[in-house]
Write a protein that binds this ligand. Structure first.
Ligand SMILES: [Mn+2]
Length: 332
């Protein structure tokens, strides 16, 4: 039995050793291709329980299970790219959403200056506002606005109300204020998986008015996966892509530990979600996030946290594969 085999075996035991994201080294934000970051923030959406700040800890606990190689891409991401656990965004004013969003922005400006592509775990969906205030039109995007692959049961483009339970840059507002600031380009962004019964009949109007490419869950079922993948590729190709994945786009049966569940209509199953993510394979993906995990509502076997790890592994591989092409491994 080789030492390498023993090392790989041990690294996959989630209950062994010190828990970092996917067993990656916890280092300063420098000299890395990909930084895995926790954003333990939950004051941007208080409409259900407020435990979303516990998401990063839950993922660190379980993610060693997914420190794997990618069979379909024939890729070992851990050698193809330098990947670190960049720690958690410090949020000393955790109960003040507006202060947290600006703290998140300051943190991601450092990430951007270091040239590190971040993959983040929330936290509620308001974190995407802070992250993209830090990344939009800067270094990684080469001063262009970011184009979104946004998977979600909800639009997050509220314009009719100026705060959500007191939070202004809230989990419901980020899509609108980032568009207003020119940090994202809605006309080259996709919103996919919107479903359920909303509070008002005009709920999709702001998304259409901003020009987002909207694919509701009903439209996805009618059109079929391949047709939607083609639209993603046509809309995002050649642009700086950011993936934001709200776990409520998934069916509650595979992700029960999530805030704002939508039980009235089937969500994506894991193969469907992963196929949509792979639509941006080979593109310039500057980063991504996974939001709205609610660890206190997870099942005892932590299926939601394991699903989050699987989605994050997919994002890691999508970016690591491009790093490998930029810096091919030395031939032996
Ligand atoms: Mn959302």
């Amino acid at each position: 039995m080789s030492d390498l085999h023993d090392k790989r075996m041990m690294e996959n035991l989630y209950w062994w050793g010190i828990p970092t994201f996917f067993r990656c080294p916890h280092t300063a934000l420098a000299d890395a291709d990909i930084g895995l970051v926790g954003v333990p923030h939950s004051t941007g959406n208080g409409s259900t329980e407020r435990d979303q700040h516990l998401g990063p800890r839950a993922l660190r606990h379980i993610s060693a299970l997914q420190r794997r190689v990618h069979l379909d891409f024939e890729l070992d991401p851990w050698t193809a790219a330098k990947i670190i656990d960049g720690g958690d965004v410090p949020l000393p004013e955790a109960n003040n959403n507006e202060a947290c969003i600006e703290a998140i922005t300051r943190f991601y400006k450092q990430v951007d200056n270091a040239g590190i592509r971040p993959i983040s775990v929330g936290g509620d969906h308001s974190i995407t506002g802070g992250i993209l205030q830090g990344l939009g039109q800067h270094n990684l995007t080469r001063k262009e606005p970011v184009c979104l692959l946004h998977m979600d049961a909800h639009t997050d483009v509220f314009t009719q109300i100026d705060h959500f339970l007191g939070a202004k840059k809230s989990a419901a507002h980020w899509g609108a204020y980032l568009s207003d600031a020119g940090l994202i380009d809605p006309k080259h962004s996709m919103q996919i998986g919107l479903r359920g019964h909303p509070r008002t009949l005009d709920w999709l109007n702001p998304s259409y008015e901003y020009g987002f490419h909207v694919v509701t869950m009903k439209e996805y079922r009618q059109r079929g996966q391949q047709d939607v993948i083609k639209e993603i590729q046509k809309t995002l190709a050649g642009r700086p892509v950011y993936i934001t994945f709200d776990l409520d786009c998934l069916d509650p049966s595979i992700a029960p530990g999530v805030s704002n569940l939508e039980p009235a209509e089937n969500g994506f199953l894991i193969d469907e979600a992963i196929a949509l993510l792979r639509a941006v394979r080979g593109m310039n993906i500057i980063g991504g996030d996974i939001v709205c995990m609610m660890p206190t509502k997870d099942s005892p076997n932590q299926i939601t946290a394991m699903t989050v790890a699987a989605i994050m592994f997919e994002m890691i591989c999508l970016i690591a594969e491009s790093c490998q092409k930029t810096h091919p491994p030395p031939s032996l």
